[in-house]
Design a protein around this ligand. Structure first.
Ligand code: PAF
Length: 285
């Protein structure tokens, strides 16, 4: 496996793969890899001749008071993990490579980026779509794999690719959970002491919402959300938002059907912001 830090080198290699007719699967990450990321790499490996894992903590997607500086970084271990999953290249540029002096052109996400996480993280998705566009183009990606945990991000990226006619297939991969249900996230590293237990409020709320949604007829979305709010509060989380949306367009829905997804974000211990989501009914009921 090769570690590449320069855009020119990455682009040259990707172009040579393309000229040989090889397909390229890309897994964009900010590093600090966990089993969720590894599952994305396995999907890319199954689908493509060559796999590139990108490690880049993207300054453009962090707000001024967010955790850019503190974001966990472990490049050596990440390279080892990527290699074990059969990655051909880890592309780990620094900020000056992707945003050299004079850089001034960005991509702007649309409506889908305004609500949910976009409401409390203004500009976040513009940063995401800007870096993802660059990464997909410079790796000549045929396929790019993203986790469903960041469901809004996945939806925004699907739109990006359709709107800009980027010739890339976007694959969404299921959330990977710890044995007790906590969705895997690099930010779980911030959970200290009791916060680890409190963080389960998200999964508990999801489990209960899914149980309620199975009733015939299911309760109204507003009633399910009331229970979600109670569970998160009782277990020590501070809810940022909880919504039930149509997963195809992220619009809120009054009643649950096979396309309904509960999406929520909460602060644990007042500081660690975690997100989670799940479809409420089994496969398109
Ligand atoms: O999901 C992430 O880790 C990041 O938002 C991404 C897609 C790698 C862009 O920086």
């Amino acid at each position: 496996m090769q570690l590449i830090e320069h855009v020119a080198e990455m682009t040259a290699l990707a172009r040579s793969w393309r000229s040989q007719g090889l397909t390229v699967g890309v897994v964009p990450t900010m590093g600090c890899l966990h089993d969720g990321h590894l599952s994305l790499m396995r999907l890319a490996r199954e689908r493509c001749d060559r796999v590139v894992v990108t490690l880049f903590v993207n300054p453009l997607q962090f707000g001024p008071n967010e955790d850019f500086a503190a974001y966990p970084r472990q490049q050596r271990l990440d390279c080892q993990l990527a290699e074990e999953q059969g990655a051909d290249v880890v592309f780990a540029p620094d900020s000056r490579e992707l945003y050299p002096e004079g850089f001034q052109t960005t991509v702007k996400a649309g409506e889908l980026a305004k609500g949910l996480c976009g409401a409390s993280r203004p500009g976040h998705f513009d940063g995401v779509v800007t870096v993802v566009t660059k990464l997909l183009l410079l790796t000549c990606a045929d396929v790019a794999v993203f986790g469903e945990k960041d469901f809004q991000q996945l939806t925004v990226i699907r739109h990006l690719v359709a709107d800009l006619h980027l010739p890339v297939e976007i694959v969404g991969a299921p959330i990977v959970r710890e044995p007790d249900g906590l969705a895997m996230s690099s930010r779980n590293k911030y959970l200290q002491g009791e916060m680890r237990q409190e963080a389960l409020c998200l999964y508990r709320a999801i489990t209960e919402a899914r149980r309620l949604a199975l009733a015939t007829p299911p309760p109204a979305a507003a009633d399910i959300l009331e229970v979600v709010r109670q569970i998160v509060a009782e277990r020590g989380g501070a809810l940022d938002y909880a919504v039930i949306v149509d997963e195809r367009n992220l619009r809120e829905v009054p009643a649950v059907d096979g396309h309904s997804r509960l999406i929520l974000a909460a602060r644990i211990g007042g500081v660690v912001r975690l997100i989670d989501n799940a479809r409420l009914l089994p496969d398109h009921a």
